[in-house]
Design a protein around this ligand. Structure first.
Ligand code: SF4
Length: 223
């Protein structure tokens, strides 16, 4: 029977998506919220079945990657072993790189959500819902289409409002709740400044210069 060779390659590809069965790991602090990131509905993510990027139909919560990759932060680089082995999530327990059937069978099932993680903090759950509604990826894609096809001269202004809302809500929550500032990637997902790259746009922001959005390829500044 084939056995895991503990080469670390699976963990280098990506950390796991969390499922409801993993909630106790977060609640008991075995996996701190600051080590988690939400990929919101409408974001792009790698499909483990095909290896292709897909648009997420539901939000997922993942263990963060290191150094701007998806290589799991709990993978010890030297030993190639898991540093939370006894508390590893259900996907890691099932994963066999030579047979992805069990992992594929879990896809999109019993996903852990922010609503479940923060169910005891209703004010935060409300803020998450408001952010999801105001910063929806569907609306962002629609606005980008309108900008590219020049069918709505208010589209760029609206897109800027959405990105500024995303920036401001993170700043406000960080200022009001120091503890929350370490888990913004879980609470609101990755910032739009980061994820706009998936949509082929660069976003730069500073208080002095404001917001600058430019298409990745042609690199024309939209103002
Ligand atoms: S939690 Fe552990 S087993 Fe799971 S991907 Fe990360 S390093 Fe690998």
């Amino acid at each position: 029977m084939q056995e895991c060779k503990k080469c670390g390659k699976c963990c280098e590809k990506s950390g796991p998506t969390l499922h409801i069965e993993d909630k106790y790991l977060v609640v008991q602090g075995k996996i701190p919220p600051s080590d988690l990131v939400t990929l919101r509905k409408g974001e792009k993510a790698l499909d483990p079945k095909t290896g292709e990027k897909i648009i997420l139909e539901n939000e997922i919560i993942k263990i963060k990657g290191k150094n701007k990759t998806w290589s799991c932060i709990y993978l010890d680089e030297d030993s190639k072993l898991c540093s939370i082995y006894d508390s590893r999530p259900v996907e890691c327990r099932l994963l066999k790189c030579w047979d992805i059937k069990s992992i594929v069978s879990l896809m999109n099932k019993n996903l852990l959500t922010r609503e479940l993680v923060f169910q005891k903090i209703p004010a935060l759950s409300d803020l998450i819902k408001e952010h999801d509604q105001k910063c929806s990826y569907k609306e962002i894609r629609d606005l980008l289409n309108e900008i590219e096809n020049q069918t709505n001269n208010k589209a760029l202004e609206k897109l800027k409002e959405i990105i500024l809302f995303d920036i401001n809500i993170r700043e406000i929550v960080s200022e009001k709740q120091k503890a929350a500032s370490f888990m913004l990637d879980l609470i609101f997902g990755r910032s739009l400044i980061t994820t706009m790259e998936q949509l082929r746009y660069k976003v730069k922001y500073s208080r002095e210069e404001g917001l600058v959005i430019s298409p990745y390829i042609i690199d024309n500044i939209l103002s």
